[in-house]
Design a protein around this ligand. Structure first.
Ligand SMILES: [Zn+2]
Ligand SMILES: [Zn+2]
Length: 862
């Protein structure tokens, strides 16, 4: 019987506490407005992990991110905050649809099965979720408001439709956003991406480029994430300069960051996607060659085309443009190293001062002109001229540095290039040939997807009225059931004839629905708003409720979302704020990005056979071990390698904690049962003051040692939790437990009880079930999650040295420095040796010595 009670059995402990939390809805928070006086309301705190994509079962990455988030949520609750910690599912998307194509199972059914498995696991892990707010982005109740937001953006001119060359995944048969193309391949399936001309919906994120960039300064995000966003936005300063093609009478602006090199332009290059390329070549001897070149170039990825070491291919257009600074006619080319996405899709080529232009000029026998003095290389031995002449020689490779201008124009020659730059731009401006300009790499967000399992775009096309938004009171535009999900280059929805054919909301005539669905990143760009008010069916949210919770105080997720999701969510927030729907500008005040968990040094994958299933781990060791280990494995923002031995170690630690606590609870302690210092009883914030005065005087040395260690652990875990150093926080509790074991035979029951109860209190954010159980047993029924976070008694914190108060007959006579680990005997020695104490002792007899370690020694003399 007793043996059984001392056996750590997570399979018995964990469901018991989960049942309590579920029955009492412990983690639910209401949206009630603050009390009349407002003063009694605890601060609101919104802790949020990125919502999962429900596919199959949760993986080890999910275990990590929700363990991190839950530790933060628990810590904030016990610091006194009212914490919103909700859960939902990013449920639209390709895997469910691809599964449907393979098996015929409706995506709704496979998604529902997946969501059920995620729910089961999250409950099994004991994550403290407010389930009353749960949502799925695929539910009509949710996407009704996704569509509503789209209509707001449309009305504001922030959503528009245009024909454009778009990235096309031939495997997934859909368009991809720029952000979803990695090294020229589909981010999801790895297929090489192609280009197609299609009518597509875009969101005008470029209108927000400057604000998305500048506002990064005001948020508490990891610097590397901010850098990734800055690079993606890609702001550069320069000038827009107009080159005119006299033959067809059209101006072609280019963006350049180097207007100081304008005099060195010797040719002009357009991107293959530039809409005028074929028209320019039409009727010239190069027409066919241009046609062939463009067709080929469009199948290649931007990344490949932009690579510095790639041979520079291209063909002449048979036309020329005039260089506005010197009236020179220079030839036009089409070449794939110029990208339509950057600037205007056309460049002035300055081979004397640009590496890629130089490579192209060399390959195509075009003139290379130096207009800034300076040599990229030293002259070779057989070069006949001077250093200066070498500097101007095309043989010296392109010179990308600064220097005096040469061979430009009398106005500028001899001037430093950077100084002359502004004047050249002013001159262009006065002449109407150019102006200063800022360019962004960021492009508008393409949201149309030719797929089924997504949010329908709420517009219809009417022959008479054109594009007509579906009226708000007719939302949601429900996704119809279909039989055939296989994409044929158009949305599967196009086959749902009954659904597509509709009437025009404006004129009542025949109309057809938009058959593309939205990029799923639209769904996740606002879900954090909906959590605040997820049961509201009258509006997307009540602004007063949002004011209470938003912005998210602590957001947690993978760094792989640094650009896509995090940029889009910021854009939505700013756009909705501009439309008067929100009164804040940034959605996530602070961000924490967790590292990956690898196995045997490699990313876990089925093909490698190194997948660790959280469900299996939890089944075998319990959720507390799994959660504690995943946080103990290393700094949570770093990648870490899974180790079965490490997992076993954490499991043994929890077992040891449980057993020691059980012994104390059962009264089976071996040590002496000293008197309980009153104030050392409960490890809560209010009552964990240090025992003082007589109580402490009476404390055994070992008791004090353990008390010190306990307060050290409180301080260490509190500090570590604030800086997300969960691994060292858990290590501190392990250290405390070691001390409990080491001093087990020497300390009194109260000190041991206090230490173990505190250990449970501190470890609760990481291993909630076993800690709730231990705390309950040691405290006689108190609930650890209702206890304030403990405060460390600073006077008990271990220091290297402290100031020992030396008294004689209760009067302060001296102060001396004492080592923190000095024994009572050593302290007495120190006190007796203090100069002013010696004066007062003066041969008198010491009848009693009172030692309060960490504080004072009092010598009673007669
Ligand atoms: Zn793909
Ligand atoms: Zn109409």
């Amino acid at each position: 019987m007793r043996e059984q009670r001392l056996h750590y059995d997570p399979a018995e402990i964990e469901p018991r506490w989960q049942a309590v939390w579920a029955a009492e809805r412990t983690w639910e928070v209401s949206n009630d407005p603050p009390d009349e006086d407002g003063a009694t309301q605890p601060p609101s705190s919104y802790v949020l992990e990125m919502l999962p994509y429900p596919s199959g079962e949760p993986h080890i990455g999910h275990l990590k991110v929700y363990s991190v988030g839950d530790a933060i949520a628990h810590f904030r609750r016990r610091l006194g905050d009212r914490v919103l910690h909700p859960m939902g599912y990013d449920a639209f998307g390709l895997p469910a649809e691809n599964h449907a194509i393979k098996t015929g199972e409706h995506p709704r059914d496979s998604t529902a099965a997946s969501i059920a498995s995620f729910q089961r696991q999250f409950r099994r892990w004991g994550i403290s979720i407010d389930w009353s707010r749960e949502l799925g982005t695929h539910e009509p109740r949710y996407y009704r408001w996704t569509q509503w937001i789209f209509l707001q953006l449309l009305q504001a001119g922030l959503a528009y439709r245009k024909e454009a060359a778009v990235k096309w995944c031939p495997n997934d048969q859909t368009v991809l956003a720029n952000e979803q193309v990695v090294d020229g391949c589909c981010e999801r399936c790895g297929a090489e991406v192609q280009l197609r001309q299609l009518e597509q919906w875009f969101l005008r994120i470029t209108d927000y480029a400057e604000r998305l960039l500048n506002d990064l300064d005001g948020i508490d995000w990891p610097e590397h994430v901010k850098t990734m966003q800055r690079n993606w936005i890609g702001r550069s300063e320069g000038a827009e300069v107009t080159f005119r093609c006299e033959e067809i009478g059209v101006d072609y602006p280019v963006f350049t960051t180097r207007p100081d090199t304008l005099f060195g332009a010797t040719f002009f290059v357009m991107a293959p996607e530039h809409p005028d390329v074929l028209r320019l070549a039409a009727g010239t001897e190069h027409e066919q060659a241009v046609h062939d070149y463009v067709n080929h170039a469009l199948t290649e990825s931007n990344e490949l085309r932009g690579a510095a070491d790639r041979p520079k291919t291209g063909v002449p257009l048979g036309r020329g443009v005039t260089n506005p600074v010197n009236g020179e006619r220079i030839p036009m080319y089409v070449a794939d190293y110029v990208l339509m996405e950057y600037g205007t899709g056309a460049i002035m080529a300055v081979p004397g001062h640009d590496e890629r232009d130089f490579a192209f000029a060399t390959a195509h026998g075009l003139p290379i002109r130096r207009v800034i003095e300076g040599a990229a290389t030293s002259p070779p031995a057989d070069f006949a001229g001077t250093e200066q002449e070498w500097g101007r020689s095309p043989l010296s490779l392109p010179y990308t540095g600064d220097g005096p201008l040469v061979d430009c124009d009398a106005r500028f020659d001899g001037r430093r290039n950077r100084e002359a730059l502004g004047e050249i731009v002013s001159w262009l401006d006065r002449e109407g040939k150019g102006h200063a300009s800022v360019n962004y790499r960021l492009r508008d967000w393409l949201i149309s997807r030719q797929r089924y399992w997504g949010c329908p775009i709420p517009v219809v096309y009417c022959a008479r009225c054109g594009t007509v938004p579906v009226p708000e009171d007719q939302l949601p535009v429900q996704l119809p059931d279909i039989e055939d999900y296989a994409p044929q280059g158009r949305s599967p929805l196009a086959a749902a004839e009954d659904w597509v054919a509709t009437s025009c909301p404006a004129c009542g005539g025949e109309a057809r629905r938009e058959t593309d669905t939205m990029d799923t990143f639209v769904d996740s760009s606002w879900y954090f708003l909906r959590y605040c008010d997820s049961r509201n069916d009258e509006a997307a949210w009540d602004p007063a409720v949002l004011r209470r919770w938003m912005p998210v105080d602590q957001y947690i997720g993978g760094v792989e979302h640094a650009i896509l999701h995090l940029m889009y969510a910021r854009f939505f927030t700013k756009a909705l704020a501009d439309l008067g729907q929100l009164d804040f500008q940034e959605p996530f005040a602070a961000l924490f990005t967790q590292g990956m968990v690898t196995k045997d040094g490699a990313k876990m994958s089925k093909s490698r056979g190194n997948v660790v299933s959280p469900a299996a781990i939890v089944e075998r060791y319990g959720a507390d071990t799994a959660r504690c280990y995943i946080l103990f494995i290393g700094p949570p923002d770093q990648d870490a390698d899974w180790s079965d031995e490490g997992l076993e170690g954490v499991h043994r630690f929890l077992g040891r904690l449980w057993r020691l606590a059980a012994e104390v609870a059962e009264g089976g302690m071996a040590g002496p049962h000293a008197a309980l210092p009153r104030t050392a009883r409960a490890p809560s914030g209010q009552s964990a003051r240090a025992p003082i005065g007589d109580e402490q005087e009476n404390m055994a040395e070992a008791d004090l040692q353990l008390l010190r260690k306990t307060h050290w652990a409180i301080e260490k875990v509190s500090t570590d939790l604030r800086r997300f150093a969960f691994n060292t926080a858990i290590a501190a509790v392990m250290e405390l437990l070691n001390e409990c074991s080491r001093l087990r035979e020497q300390v009194g029951e109260p000190a041991q009880r206090f230490a173990l109860q505190t250990a449970a209190s501190l470890l609760f954010p990481f291993a909630p079930h076993v800690c709730a159980d231990i705390y309950d047993r040691l405290s006689g029924g108190e609930r650890v999650w209702e206890q304030p976070w403990p405060d460390a008694d600073r006077t008990l914190l271990e220091r290297d040295e402290y100031e020992l108060v030396c008294q004689v007959n209760g009067k302060l006579r001296d102060r001396v420095q004492a080592p923190a680990d000095a024994t009572a005997e050593q302290l007495k020695e120190l006190c007796r040796a203090a100069p002013n104490v010696r004066t007062h002792l003066d041969g008198r007899e010491v009848v009693k010595e009172v030692v309060v370690p960490g504080k004072l020694v009092n010598l009673v003399v007669r």
